[in-house]
Design a protein around this ligand. Structure first.
Ligand code: FE2
Length: 315
């Protein structure tokens, strides 16, 4: 895995930058913050900027990890019982800013009007009543690996996560397509635009089908768009066997990382699928808690479904 441990001198530069940005903005959801975040990100230490630029440009790995950012467990407060409920008197603004500063080096954050009220920076924590749901807020049922928002042509190029708490060491799972030995004959039909994708349950939209290939780009090092849980069984035998082959190959290569507080994981949503292991939530404020953002490399692609050039919410 492409990884970067923050050195002390990097933290000495990052902490005042994060504090200054926090003094200027009340929330990472503010348009003014979003308009300026890529400018602030240019003040991150050069070694960190170079690390993320390499991840973006040369695609050395499907995921990258930045570790060493300090999280004050008391200051962030208890793991919230719901993403709409923020406990008073506690703040995660600094962790959210750090995640957004790093993400701004990969692209521009996006949100969906039909998912989680259009929030940019979302809490991933178990919700009581969602234990058996195949959602980021589930727990006892593992979140099966997938491409994020696979149904949507404007899906993010990257998912950014920062861990605030993970006492039970619940792994975030992933598999990078470049680390799987694919038999070219078995996957050739996956390049055909004949696979039917449907919206995943986190989106409150009508289910219309989208036909597309599972693999695309360079056939020797393809991009992947795959969420078998939200796809129809293909009509042809060749397509079905290609899909089953790739499901098995990903299952066999799935690995994971139990994020520690302060660790940021960026997943290349074109090069890796990701999920989460199952766990038993306590719902007492100490459960696993991550923040998530979605990042697009090219905001213009979705201009037809956003209100203004700089608005981040896809309608
Ligand atoms: Fe996901």
């Amino acid at each position: 895995m492409h990884s970067h441990e923050l050195a002390d001198e990097e933290l000495e530069a990052i902490r005042p930058l994060v504090e200054e940005v926090a003094s200027l903005h009340g929330s990472v959801e503010e348009a003014d913050f979003l308009d300026n975040v890529s400018t602030y990100a240019q003040e991150l230490p050069r070694r960190l900027r170079a690390f993320l630029n390499t991840f973006r440009l040369t695609e050395p790995s499907g995921v990258c990890l930045i570790s060493g950012y300090p999280v004050d467990d008391t200051k962030v407060g208890k793991t919230p019982p719901h993403w709409r409920k923020k406990p008073d008197g506690y703040s995660t603004i600094e962790e959210e800013i750090f995640l957004n500063l790093c993400g701004a080096l990969l692209g521009d954050v996006i949100a969906w009007s039909h998912q989680r009220d259009g929030l940019i920076c979302q809490d991933l924590a178990p919700i009581k009543g969602h234990e058996d749901e195949m959602l980021g807020s589930g727990s006892e049922r593992g979140l099966v690996w997938h491409t994020e928002d696979a149904y949507y042509p404007y899906r993010g190029d990257y998912i950014g996560l920062i861990c605030l708490r993970n006492l039970d060491a619940v792994p975030t799972t992933f598999a990078s397509i470049d680390e799987i030995q694919l038999d070219p004959n078995q996957v050739k039909d996956l390049f055909e635009p004949c696979f039917i994708f449907r919206p995943d349950p986190s989106h409150a939209t009508d289910s219309e089908q989208e036909k597309a290939p599972v693999l695309f780009g360079d056939s020797r090092s393809p991009y992947v768009r795959f969420d078998p849980y939200c796809m129809d069984r293909p009509e042809t035998e060749e397509a079905r066997s290609g899909m089953d082959y790739l499901i098995r190959a990903i299952d066999e290569n799935l690995t994971g990382v139990a994020l520690l507080p302060g660790e940021c994981l960026f997943i290349d949503n074109y090069k890796a699928v990701h999920g989460r292991s199952s766990f038993k939530a306590r719902f007492d404020g100490t459960d696993r808690w991550l923040k998530r953002i979605n990042i697009a490399r090219d905001l213009r692609k979705s201009r037809g479904v956003r209100k203004t050039p700089a608005s981040r919410v896809i309608l």
